[in-house]
Ligand binder design. Structure first.
Ligand code: PLP
Length: 426
């Protein structure tokens, strides 16, 4: 097989005829496959059914300090859950608030609080003419949806395999007081699966923002979500680095057990400085008397400690690793010989990021859809859903069965080749 860039017009035309025939065959199969959803599959959810047995009607629902979990109270979460989640997040229990089931909900609340009431006595964002956020791209669509909802202007910053372009981040954050935050997925990023280098984390901790109420929104959603035992990414702990750099209040760190136990019924948490915690608690006390402590206790009893959680994550990896490897194998088999497309090879997380030749992503996703394969919408990985290169497509391998995934990828690569070859001829 020749690379497309080296093919003559006639060779490209022949290739297109052959690909169209393959595409037609796929269409005739009348499939309905979905590779858009970053959701655990059923077998992964089954791993956590022990949560249902961890507590029953005979169970003692008291915490170690005697608190009855069935009743009101304990605004920031029970101590033993803070110890467990603290170990997961690599933070001290005293720096943590345990919330309900969704970290995205906590992120929304954090932006909302800054918007209506301001951070630590600073002007509420709603009273400012302009509020901006930096958005490493490609990134997580639901982050961008939150800031878009609040009318916050989003500025793209390119991602690299080491993390966001820090020259750009430093330049913008230090010179523009209206920049109030940045969205970060520092480990096994959504969608690339990149992890920030030590240097990137240190540069974040040493930022000198023009805005006193600038905060890093550090969404460590995939902190312990490794695919391999012997090939794991490592991330420096940001709160500690910020403290060392004399910037203790610079970061809000988020995490949850959504992709550890049940996305619908896990526990979420925020870790930050004691100053930030006081600021948050002053609002939180008006919002709730306390979150679901029975679920917090259930998680503690189910895992025991962080070692139980890590052992559990190895079981997840056994289920999803073959799926990631199948996607990579098929991309390599079908696209490397043609010299089209680039893709990431993550050591963990939930996604593989695919970059099609410029101007092809939308057409590829449309073509796949017409052959029964739903991909994440092209553009979704950018603020305002606008990919300036029309190139990035997020691949989510976890949810479909392995045979379905392989079929979906066979179709996807035909769509990529057909779209790229057609564009080259145009
Ligand atoms: N953050 C990132 C980076 C994600 O990819 C996801 C889900 O895909 C979430 C947060 C959602 O977290 P939660 O279920 O805790 O709201």
């Amino acid at each position: 097989m020749k690379k497309y860039a080296e093919m003559s017009k006639q060779e490209l035309e022949d290739e297109i005829v052959q690909l169209k025939a393959q595409y037609k065959k796929f269409q005739e199969m009348d499939l309905n496959l979905n590779m858009a959803r970053g959701k655990p599959c059923r077998e992964q959810l089954d791993l956590s059914m022990g949560l249902m047995d961890a507590l029953n009607s005979e169970a003692d629902l008291s915490c170690e300090d005697g608190t009855d979990c069935r009743n009101y109270g304990v605004l920031t979460g029970i101590d033993e859950a803070k110890v467990l989640i603290g170990a997961m997040m690599e933070n001290k229990p005293e720096n943590i608030i345990i919330y309900g089931n969704s970290s995205l909900n906590v992120m929304y609340d954090t932006v909302s609080r800054a918007y209506t009431h301001g951070i630590m006595g600073n002007t509420p964002w709603c009273k400012l003419d302009k509020v901006k956020f930096l958005c490493p791209v490609p990134g997580y669509d639901r982050h961008f949806a939150i800031t878009e909802y609040f009318g916050i202007e989003m500025i793209n910053v390119d991602m690299t395999p080491e993390g966001p372009d820090m020259d750009k981040v430093e330049e913008l954050v230090s010179s523009d007081e209206s920049i109030k935050g940045i969205w970060c997925v520092p480990k096994y990023s959504n969608p690339q699966g990149y992890s920030y280098s030590d240097d990137t984390v240190r540069r974040f901790a040493r930022l000198k923002p023009a805005a006193k109420d600038f905060r890093i929104f550090w969404d460590n959603a995939y902190g312990i979500h490794h695919l391999y035992d012997n090939n794991q990414d490592y991330l420096i702990e940001i709160l500690e680095e910020c403290k060392k750099a004399g910037n203790p209040d610079l970061v809000y760190k988020f995490a949850s057990t959504s992709k550890i136990t049940f996305p619908g019924s896990g526990i979420a948490a925020l870790a930050t400085s004691l100053n930030n915690l006081d600021d948050i608690k002053a609002q939180l006390t008006n919002q709730t008397i306390g979150h679901d402590k029975v679920n917090q206790l259930r998680h503690v009893r189910f895992f025991g400690d962080i070692n139980g959680m890590k052992a559990h994550m190895r079981k997840h990896a056994e289920i999803i690793r073959p799926k990631f490897e199948a996607v990579l194998e098929i991309l390599d088999r079908d696209l490397t010989p043609c010299g089209i497309g680039d893709w990431t090879k993550p050591n963990g997380g939930y996604f593989i990021s695919f970059d099609a030749p410029e101007g092809c992503a939308k057409a590829i996703v449309d073509r796949a859809k017409k052959a029964g394969v739903t991909m994440t919408n092209a553009g979704a990985t950018y603020p305002y859903k606008k990919d300036p290169h029309d190139s990035n497509i997020r691949i989510a391998p976890t949810y479909p069965s392995l045979p379905d995934l392989r079929t979906a990828m066979d179709i996807f690569t035909v769509c990529v080749r057909l779209t790229a070859a057609t564009k080259m001829l145009a």
